[in-house]
Design a protein around this ligand. Structure first.
Ligand code: UD1
Length: 346
């Protein structure tokens, strides 16, 4: 059985890392959506992911440019390589583009990992990518029961849906000893990431968020910065609002996850980081009005604050006093094995 695994952007790399070693005959196609060394190659090197067989080098562009270029370049690869199953992960433009190509090919099945996540906000490109990918997939691998129910509610057949657990936790289990034994210097820091266009692409919004976080008392902010956000801060001249923060280049996987585990608080607008925070019980303040990881809200380990400055402040001072945890029996490091068994045997 021959597989193609598709990746394009940073969150994809951590999702395929634990899986590809289990796939006997697999080639990796990298769309090149993310291309900076520390947004891409550093993950292949640090997480022992084999070199991609193909890199489409699509680069940055509008959603339509990225999606359509990936489609045109991916189709001939599929025709030539004749995979039995193409695996896509998450919700980025590369996921949608390659899924659309596969859905119109004979004899190629589509498997989607992290299926069924919904923010119910169709103004987010990721939500469109998730919904369409799910509706054209043959194997839908869900991280949570909530995700399964979302798919069933949308009329997707139960026969295609598998509750396997969250694959990114496989990495944390694999690297547990390294993560646990990395001593972090005190005082404890607050980890901060920001990259969503709705937070970065409007000057006032970006200024308000940065100003608020910059002024949090005793926060000790560590800010690994996404290239999009750095460019916007420079463009809008907002550097002064990061004066109390330690602004650094994007971190590699182990650096990031160790920094998260040792943080007193996480402030982010990312999706996957909310789950990793929940796993460690690190309070997470999410700079969004909704989340596709609804279960993280249940015990209060994650709170949605949008861009409400007062809420950011109050939740920050509140959150660092309490540790809340969520337990999921499928956070056992065996998600990739379950997926492999299903793909090979079903
Ligand atoms: C993409 C995903 C988003 C995911 C995020 C993780 C979509 C629609 N968005 O958003 O869901 O959370 O990745 O980072 O697929 N850039 C660089 N170097 C890079 C990559 C990006 O400089 O290696 C800059 C470019 O200016 C680019 C901008 O960042 O225009 C945005 O990159 P893009 O891939 O379009 O989207 P992300 O914001 O990274």
């Amino acid at each position: 059985m021959k597989f193609i695994t598709v990746v394009g952007a940073r969150p994809n790399f951590v999702k395929i890392a634990p899986l590809v070693k289990y796939l006997p005959d697999n080639i990796i196609v990298h769309t090149g959506q993310h291309y900076d060394y520390n947004m891409s190659k550093v993950f292949f090197e640090g997480m022992d992911i084999p070199e991609p067989t193909y890199n489409l080098n699509v680069g940055s562009g509008t959603h339509t440019e990225q999606t359509s270029t990936i489609m045109s370049l991916f189709e001939p690869i599929c025709v030539k390589e004749k995979p039995d199953i193409v695996i896509v992960v998450g919700d980025v433009n590369s996921t949608l583009a390659c899924s659309l190509v596969v859905s119109k090919m004979d004899n190629v099945k589509l498997a989607h990992i992290e299926s069924g996540e919904r923010s119910f906000d169709r103004s987010m490109p990721e939500e469109i990518n998730r919904v369409i990918t799910d509706h054209i997939s043959d194997y839908l691998f869900c991280s949570t029961k909530d995700a399964m129910y979302n798919l069933l509610h949308e009329g997707i057949s139960n026969d295609k849906i598998y509750h396997v657990g969250n694959i990114v936790i496989d990495n944390i289990v694999k690297y547990k000893d390294i993560i646990d034994n990395t001593i972090k210097p005190s005082p404890q820091h607050t980890l901060f990431t920001l990259h969503r266009p709705f937070n970065t692409d409007n000057r006032e919004q970006l200024k308000n968020i940065l100003q608020c976080i910059n002024e949090l008392e005793n926060a000790n902010i560590l800010f690994p910065i996404h290239p999009r956000t750095r460019a916007k801060i420079d463009k809008y001249g907002l550097q002064e609002h990061t004066s109390n923060m330690k602004v650094i280049e994007p971190l590699n996987y182990l650096e990031f996850i160790t920094s998260l585990k040792n943080a007193k608080c996480m402030i982010t607008d990312s999706g996957g980081i909310q789950v990793e925070s929940a796993y460690f019980g690190v309070p997470c303040i999410t700079l969004r009005d909704n989340t596709e990881h609804i279960f993280t809200l249940k015990s209060g380990v994650n709170v949605l604050v949008g861009s409400d400055i007062e809420k950011i402040q109050s939740e920050f001072y509140k959150s660092i006093k309490i540790k809340k945890r969520i337990y999921d029996s499928l956070w056992d490091g065996k998600v990739s094995e379950r997926i492999k068994e299903i793909l090979i045997n079903v």
